[in-house]
Design a protein around this ligand. Sequence first.
Ligand SMILES: Nc1nc2c(ncn2[C@@H]2O[C@H](COP(=O)(O)OP(=O)(O)OP(=O)(O)O)[C@@H](O)[C@H]2O)c(=O)[nH]1
Ligand SMILES: [Mg+2]
Length: 202
Amino acid sequence: MESDVLTTLKILIIGESGVGKSSLLLRFVDNTFDNDQPATIGVDFKVKTITVDGNKAKLAIWDTAGQERFRTLTPSYYRNAQGVILVYDVAKKDTFMRLENWLNELATFANRNNLVKMLVGNKIDCTDREVTRDEGLRFARRHHMLFIEASAKTNEGVKTAFEELVEKIIQTPGLWEAAGPDGIALSSGGQQQPQASGGCSC
Ligand SMILES: Nc1nc2c(ncn2[C@@H]2O[C@H](COP(=O)(O)OP(=O)(O)OP(=O)(O)O)[C@@H](O)[C@H]2O)c(=O)[nH]1
Ligand SMILES: [Mg+2]
């Protein structure tokens, strides 16, 4: 039964090629990991329902190609997203240095200015680390993002990354819309947060 789903959320995964975006998605949704995960061509898409703080949310998770030549449909990819997972590889400093570019792309194409951002430092199972936890944390703080380190390979931090993102989205007034009795999201959002209304309360 879908009727108890609170809301449907669009979540994006972005970042440089090879940082492990598809691997994080496959680990989270299917609990699998492939050492030879092929590069994504175009856009991939998976759905998973999770319960956070007793609220059931249906996640539509979009995974795009990090490689420029495989990237298509960029504006429509970003449209109406409520949450973004920005990934870098802790063992590859250049993927960390490119984070600003991804944030610029997000600012250009995303049409919700209050969308929630989660920075994920992936591949912490690798021994040849080039980015410290503290560097990641400071970048996230500076750009008002949530932060976690993870490994799609060992599964460390993966579930928490998605759960904390969804928790924050649900706590953000006006960002999501309540689902109707049949699980379809209603078009008029905001009725969940009467205190957020700017109108007269008399
Ligand atoms: N050691 C280790 N390897 C990982 C981890 N996550 C992904 N990989 C490996 O890194 C490579 C790239 O992973 P992908 O998930 O394809 O990376 P991507 O970000 O989706 O890349 P694009 O689709 O090209 O944008 C693959 O060989 C994965 O097996 C991890 O946490 N640890
Ligand atoms: Mg991929």
